[in-house]
Design a protein around this ligand. Structure first.
Ligand SMILES: Cc1cc2nc3c(=O)[nH]c(=O)nc-3n(C[C@H](O)[C@H](O)[C@H](O)COP(=O)(O)O)c2cc1C
Length: 219
C-alpha cells in the first residue's frame, strides 16, 4: 500500500497536451466524480457543484479568457468546472444550510438548532465572514480544492491524465457562463477547472523540495 501511494503521487503529472482522439471511459470518469462527491467539507456543507462542460461553443467562448486551460479545452476528454457557493447559500441561516442539515444530514430539530448556532458563531467570530461576500466565496473556494485534489489522485490511480486549472480571468469567464445559463451568479462563482484525458507528449521531470525542507518537527 505504501508503495502504491508513493508511486501514484510520484507519477501524477499535470498534463500539458492532450490526445484528442482518446476518451476516458464512462466508468473511470464516474469513479473520479465519486472521489469529488465523497470529499469532506466544513461542517459537511458541500459548498460546491461540478459542471461537466461538453458544449464546444461555450468552450470556444471561454478560451480567450482561460490562458491556463487552452490545451485542455482543445484536447481533453472531459472538462469540468468547479463552482463554489456564495454567502446566499453558505450563511448559517440560508435555505441551503437548512436543506443540507435537514434533507441530507438528517439532523433532528434539536441537533439542527445546535449546529446552526455553532455555524453562526464559527462564521461570525472565528472566520469573520459575515456580510463579506468575497470572504464567504473564498471560504467555499478553499474547500473546493479538496475535491480537486481527490479527483487528481483518483485519476492518477486509474492511469488517467489530468490538469488542475486556475489560470483564467474569473470575471470574464463567469460572464460567459452566466450568459450561457451555466452559472447562476446569485448562488455560485467559478472556483477552478479540471480536465481529464490522455497525454500526447511527455512532461518535464517532477521537481519538489525535499521533505526535510517542507516539514518541521516541534517536540
Ligand atoms: C491550484 C492549481 C492551479 C493550477 N493552474 C494551472 C493552470 O491554469 N494551467 C496549467 O496548465 N496548470 C496549472 N496547474 C498545474 C501546476 O502548474 C502544476 O501542478 C505544478 O507545476 C506542479 O507540476 P505537477 O502537477 O506536474 O507535479 C495548477 C495547479 C494547481 C494546484
Amino acid at each position: 500500500m505504501r508503495e502504491l501511494i508513493l508511486d501514484t503521487f510520484n507519477n501524477r503529472y499535470t498534463c500539458k497536451g492532450y490526445d484528442n482522439t482518446k476518451k476516458v471511459s464512462d466508468e473511470d470518469f464516474r469513479v473520479i466524480m465519486e472521489a469529488a462527491r465523497l470529499s469532506p467539507s466544513s461542517m459537511g456543507l458541500e459548498p460546491w457543484k461540478f459542471v461537466l462542460l461538453n458544449n464546444k461553443d461555450i468552450k470556444e467562448k471561454i478560451k480567450p479568457y482561460s490562458w491556463g486551460a487552452e490545451v485542455s479545452l482543445d484536447g481533453a476528454s472531459h472538462f469540468v468546472l468547479i463552482l463554489a457557493r456564495k454567502q446566499k447559500d453558505m450563511k448559517y441561516d440560508s435555505d441551503y444550510v437548512e436543506y443540507m442539515m435537514n434533507d441530507i444530514q438528517h439532523f433532528t430539530d434539536e441537533l439542527r438548532t445546535a449546529r446552526k448556532n455553532k455555524l453562526k458563531s464559527f462564521q461570525e467570530d472565528d472566520l469573520k465572514l459575515l456580510e463579506n461576500d468575497r470572504a464567504f466565496f473564498d471560504w467555499s473556494c478553499k474547500q473546493t480544492y479538496i475535491p480537486l485534489a481527490n479527483m487528481l489522485t483518483a485519476a492518477a490511480l486509474l492511469g488517467v491524465d489530468s490538469t488542475p486549472m486556475e489560470g483564467f480571468d474569473k470575471e470574464k469567464v463567469e460572464k460567459v457562463l452566466i450568459e450561457e445559463g451555466v452559472l447562476d451568479p446569485e448562488h455560485f462563482g467559478l472556483a477552478t477547472m479540471i480536465a481529464f484525458g490522455y497525454k500526447n507528449r511527455e512532461h518535464r521531470p517532477k521537481t519538489r523540495r525535499s521533505l526535510e525542507e517542507v516539514m518541521e518537527v516541534v517536540e
